[in-house]
Design a protein around this ligand. Structure first.
Ligand SMILES: Nc1ncnc2c1ncn2[C@@H]1O[C@H](COP(=O)(O)O)[C@@H](OP(=O)(O)O)[C@H]1O
Ligand SMILES: [Mg+2]
Ligand SMILES: [Mg+2]
Ligand SMILES: [Mg+2]
Length: 290
């Protein structure tokens, strides 16, 4: 960004919209993957980007805060072997918003950018990090480990209005129809369109009722970290038919069933029940390998 050229590559297949990757995505993935591998030789890491750019500064430290939760950690998690861990990395979530922020010189959009690192064990998320580099002056890191609470943010426990967040850049007819159905049943008093899976889940943690994406296109690296954090806060994240999303290493990377995330203070099942069956039928779960 400082250099003024994001070096954007469009990853979208011809005729299927716009899916930008910037030099920041490539460098951040290199940094995260190499830093993790340096410390943990045998974990399986799956990142969004196929192409990376070497970045000389790796991270060798760790947050002492994590050690403070040690006494809360279950024996099951304590005994995990490196080879049983799958880390899903989204080096930069909200890339479209970064591109737009620079293009339109609208730096407020950068708030929607996050870095997502999710840790899965036995196919389900057990820990997650949502780093928001452009929050307030110095950014913030929101993280959770199963059984050890949510850190870096105090999750909202209620709200008088049900605000639903959805995609800004990947709207489709099925996304709109699902939102209309929710409005009809008073499950969406208003709808906000914002970028990034990470940012939308932060919004849910901070008082929005739900994140609704009744469309395919979102990937496992978009949801693994955020599901870990949201469930530690008492919320739920499933596909739009209410099925758990799986995170085994050989699972299909697309969340073909869409995404529905709800805050702790709303009934997840009511949102699931309200989304029309026809939309659900068009978004089947595909469990086949990659
Ligand atoms: N149709 C689609 N094609 C490609 N990526 C999609 C997509 N729909 C959603 N996504 C991905 O899901 C994330 C959240 O999307 P959205 O902001 O539209 O809700 C983004 O992650 P990235 O920014 O990490 O690529 C975005 O690329
Ligand atoms: Mg992307
Ligand atoms: Mg993403
Ligand atoms: Mg990304």
């Amino acid at each position: 960004m400082a250099g003024g050229d994001l070096k954007i590559i469009d990853k979208a297949e011809q005729g299927s919209g716009y899916d930008p990757q910037t030099e920041a995505d490539r460098r951040a993935q290199f940094c995260i993957v190499q830093s993790l591998q340096q410390r943990f030789k045998n974990i399986n890491i799956i990142g969004e980007e196929d192409d990376t750019t070497a970045c000389p500064e790796l991270e060798s430290g760790f947050s002492e805060d994590v050690l403070l939760t040690d006494r809360l950690l279950s024996n099951e998690l304590r005994e995990i072997k490196e080879s049983e861990v799958v880390v899903w990395v989204d080096p930069l979530d909200g890339t479209s918003e970064v591109a737009l922020a620079v293009k339109n010189k609208n730096l407020a959009l950068l708030e929607q950018v996050t870095v997502l690192i999710g840790v899965a064990y036995k196919g389900r998320p057990v820990a997650g990090i949502i780093h928001q580099p452009y929050h307030a002056d110095n950014g913030r890191t929101v993280w959770a480990i199963r059984g050890c609470g949510v850190h870096g943010l105090a999750p909202a426990t209620e709200n008088t209005k049900k605000i639903v967040v959805t995609t800004r850049s990947h709207l489709s007819e099925s996304v709109s129809s699902a939102l209309d159905a929710l409005k009809h049943q008073n499950l969406a008093d208003s709808v906000e369109k914002v970028g990034g899976a990470g940012f939308k889940v932060l919004k849910v943690l901070e008082g929005c009722a739900a994140y609704v994406f009744a469309s395919a296109g979102c990937k496992k690296w978009d949801t693994c970290a955020v599901e870990a954090v949201l469930s530690a806060a008492g919320g739920r994240l499933t596909d739009i038919s209410g099925r758990d999303i799986r995170y085994e290493p050989d699972v299909q990377v697309n969340n073909t069933g869409g995404v529905l995330a709800t805050a702790s203070w709303v009934a997840h099942q009511e949102y699931i029940n309200t989304i029309p069956q026809e939309i659900k039928n068009n978004l089947p779960e595909i469990v086949s390998k990659k």
